[in-house]
Design a protein around this ligand. Structure first.
Ligand SMILES: *Cc1c(COP(=O)(O)O)cnc(C)c1O
Length: 362
């Protein structure tokens, strides 16, 4: 605290990221990073770009990366143009821009009560009014809770992750479309940080719904959390709006190396597919082993499991595992998820180490 702070800074409630410990050899299953490294082609491109050209500013439009993203999704049959893509310094920055630019409205923003905790932080930062919509008894998003019969509940926008975080539960695309059909007067943002681990992207809907914006990140399924690249895909008019905000904040959110590396990550589809497959098969393995030990996990379409043990508190398990060098995420609140642990799917060896540590503990 300092007398030089404004009252506004004094009252901010910042996001608390998962720990990035300096100790090596920890089994780190706490921040949903990918267990394998990025595509070797990504590393190659970064090495090749580390030269005197770094004296120049990067392309402020990141065209090469936007084109690679448009080509990737067009190749999947979704007909996305480069002008429908926005990129930023991690999807957190993309989210920050769209909260600031699109969600400050007369009616409150709606999002789930249990969800990515950064949404509330942005509402504080940009002074956006919001209402938390409780997840249902199965800790799932029920689109009906955002509607009032055929009509939407009054709102200045709707946002949720799909799959949701930290639950990992997936909402089928048909339910997202049901929401879009009813809710035509405000922006709907689907945060697809984890979509590649088991869901169908709502990018397939952006050409039919001009109020739909889909955000994604290269931090999880493309194993580039350290490079900071996120994106949004939507109607050109929404992307124009995001560009106006970006160019009023920082014209060069992505550096030269990130632009080239991000493009390479979208081009190497084989590496990407293999990485996702490994995570999915290890998720199934971990799920089975946890169930055999009495854990109850929500069905996950993400690269993590959200789980609890009826006979052990979440905090005692998290503490016991930490003492054995394994870290995971225990949020501890709200009440409904107080005993849940969020466990990132690791490598084969890490997942085995986790199960062995649990066997010692239980
Ligand atoms: C990880 C995550 C993000 C942020 O991703 P970055 O691109 O690393 O900033 C956004 N939303 C959700 C739901 C996430 O889990």
């Amino acid at each position: 605290m300092s007398k030089y702070w404004s009252d506004f800074v004094h009252h901010l409630e910042p996001y608390v990221p998962g720990e990035q410990p300096k100790i090596e050899r920890l089994v780190k299953l706490n921040t949903n990073e990918h267990p394998l490294g990025p595509s070797p082609k990504v590393i190659e491109v970064i090495r090749a770009g580390a030269d005197e050209r770094l004296r120049l500013y990067p392309d402020p439009d990141s065209s090469q990366l936007k084109q690679a993203i448009a080509d990737y999704y067009s190749g999947k049959g979704h007909d996305i143009k480069r002008s429908q893509v926005f990129v930023g310094n991690g999807s957190d920055e993309v989210l920050a821009h769209l909260f600031m630019g699109f969600f400050k409205q007369d009616e409150p923003l709606l999002f789930p009560d249990i969800t990515y905790s950064f949404y509330k932080v942005y509402c504080g930062l940009y002074q956006i009014d919001y209402q938390a919509v409780p997840l249902n008894a199965e800790l799932a998003i029920d689109v009906g809770d955002y509607l009032d019969g055929e009509k939407p509940r009054p709102n200045g926008g709707i946002i949720f992750p799909n799959p949701n975080a930290p639950t990992g539960r997936l909402l089928p695309l048909s339910e997202i479309e049901r929401l879009l059909q009813a809710n035509t007067e405000s922006l709907v943002v689907i945060d697809e940080a984890y979509i590649d681990f088991g869901g169908d992207t709502a990018i397939s809907l952006v050409n039919r719904y001009p109020n739909l914006l889909v955000t994604q990140t290269l931090s999880k399924s493309r194993s580039l959390a350290g490079l900071r690249i996120g994106l949004a895909v939507g109607d050109e008019a929404l992307i124009d709006g995001l560009n106006r905000i970006k160019d009023s904040f920082n014209s060069y959110p992505l550096d030269q190396l990130a632009i080239a590396a991000g493009a390479a990550a979208f081009e190497d589809q084989e590496w990407f597919a293999q990485g996702c497959e490994l995570v999915i098969s290890q998720r199934d393995w971990l799920n089975e082993k946890l169930a055999a030990r009495g854990f109850e996990s929500l069905p996950s379409a993400a690269n993590f499991l959200f789980t609890f043990h009826p006979q052990h508190s979440g905090s005692s398990l998290a503490q016991g595992l930490r003492e054995q060098g394994i870290i995971l995420r225990h949020f501890g609140k709200p009440e409904r998820i107080a005993d849940y642990l969020r466990i990132t799917v690791g490598t084969v060896e890490q997942n085995q180490a986790l199960i062995e540590a649990l066997d010692t503990l239980l």
